[in-house]
Design a protein around this ligand. Sequence first.
Ligand code: ADP
Ligand code: ZN
Length: 730
Amino acid sequence: MTPPAETKPRTTAVMLPLPLGGTYDYRVPASMDLNDGDFVAVPFGPRRTIGVVWGEALGDVPDARLKDVIGRLDAPPLPEIMRRFVDWVARYTVSAPGAVLKMAMSVPDALTPPKPVTAYAPHPDPADFKKTKARERVLKVLQEGPPRPAAELAREAGTSPGVVKSLTEAGVLMPVTMAPDVSGSGPEPDWSTPGPELSEDQSKAAVSLEKATETGGFSVTLLDGVPGSGKTEVYFQAVAEALKQDGQVLVLLPEIALSAQWLARFWKRFGGAPVEWHSDLTPAKRRDTWRAVAEGRTRVVVGARSALFLPFPNLKLIVADEEHDASFKQEDGVIYNARDMAVVRAQLGEIPIILASATPALETVLNVESGRYKSLHLHDRHGDAALPDVDTIDMRAEKTPSQCWISPTLQDALKKTFADGEQAMLFLNRRGYAPLTLCRTCGHRLQCPRCTAWLVEHRRGGRLQCHHCGYHASQPQQCPECENEDTFAACGPGVERLAEEVESLFPDIRTVVAASDTITGPDAAASLVRRIEDHDVDLIIGTQIVAKGYHFPLLTLVGAVDADLGLTGGDLRAAERTHQLLYQVAGRAGRGERPGRVLLQTYMPDHPVMQALKAGGRDQFLTAEADGRRMAAMPPFGRLAALIVSGTDESAVDAAATRLGYTRPVGDTVMVLGPAPAPMALLRGKHRRRLLLKTARDVNIQALIRDWLARAKVPKKTRVQVDIDPYSFL
Ligand code: ADP
Ligand code: ZN
């Protein structure tokens, strides 16, 4: 008789969250029961690592070399939609799926159940004990509240945990095991709390969004309305509907850390807080939040772009607020646009997504025109607030003294605003004191040693700083080039320097400088907002961090100090983005009962961007932009991708870039520009070369790139980053 055929081992593919990783085959021990999406521990080389069960094994490893899955983790499985999402994003961005999975497993600690907590409760049958003041205080605290951990009890009783311990040993208290509190603090948002009474326009839009949420199914709706028209109130109605359906909701906001006003409004509307997700969270908060989302306990998450990769098992609605915002684009690691990927996530989940903006992206507007997206319009500002008057100030005609940046016309307007007891904002998208420091004798410019960038003077911090890599230095006494002493001069203004000018023009005015280095984190932002709301501040000098979203009723004048700033440089979206930014800034003026005024200082008053802002011609401007892009076959009419080759060894980078150039894809509808030094040819000490691939719209650009990279065989010493539909042309 022949022996029975050896049975094939049970195998499975496991995806590992590694920057270059994908799936690997493992053997499943007979005693183990695994399903797709389960988190498992597996051996990987000499290490043990955590991955996700990802369908059938590839079968490319001989049985003898297969390793066993070590064990299953006690965590909810990664939902199927998330697994498809990971694969999708990896394919679209031409990244390793492991790199994308890493974003979806950003908190490995959350994969083990939270440890139970030992709390202390009064013993039901307490022994006699020696009384001390501290002991009595502990017992009093317990009388008034639930059992608590020793440290917490001690803190509340104003004593040390040792007292709790000795009371336990004396048989007066006893330890009890409690589930850890991961739900966060405070009440849950309540969908049934009534919202404000909506205007006719608002209510029409709200009903439509509610209906889409109630019916479910994939849909994209642009919620388009001027700043202050009530977009937030309107989409809150859809949020309420999703909560009513017992679903989870994700609201994506740019610059979440600074959205104190948004959080306050949510609280007011729903009587509870949403859960926040952004880079400023403590590790403990991250772990609890991730787990609570995975277990479906967290209902509303408001977050930055990375919130898109949270493992929602029951997501019913996505909102991307300020959908046009460039900060939705992640520029490191896996390069993706969270707004676009959110649409994909909604499609996979068969749920609605709302894109809200007063200045929708050109792509979005064209998707509405082609019928792919729906749109809803809010035509007027809420209440009696009118849109501000926008005027340009022709800087060529103004007699502004040298080393001064506030024109006489803008000065007059500021004077009048302060005299009327109102607030003003000066917008200048430049941090620090001066963007450039140069030697008056030889013209030498102080540059970052690690980047192709000038050092920016921060006078408050007393140093020169690189805004790209964090390098800083104090200002040298002597010019490194001509060796003369004390010859350095600051060139051009940053917000700090503007504050100095204001100080000399209006010595009695209370000014605050709001930039990412002066307002750091949610608390600072909240306190800034409070000071402005309480009228403790007359003038806000700010960068883009104060440009959007905020609602300050007393703010009636906005001055853009250098409205032309964003228009230079080779950026495809320069005009569109400048228009959006200035339009948003302008939207801060006159949101209360008093009318607002906006003044744009420009050397190009005839530029289409300035004209559109002045005449309120957003749609004409977008049409003209669209025509320009159509003619140049630029996105969204054609496809564009950037390949950035980088590394510390310049000649290796050059060689790799040249090789990519030789193996470039060819064809009638394909064009490759470069390799050329990237505009930032040196960044954080790495040399960079760039190739731009431009194709017709119907070309599968990802397939083309994958094939190209496979043929080019880029050497290990260099790295190639793929940026599909680049926003940054640095
Ligand atoms: P947007 O998001 O379009 O800029 P908001 O939703 O922030 O507009 O609304 C601007 C201001 O008007 C907010 O203070 C908001 O609370 C208020 N508001 C909007 N709609 C209503 C309404 N129907 N009833 C009461 N207040 C409203
Ligand atoms: Zn630098």
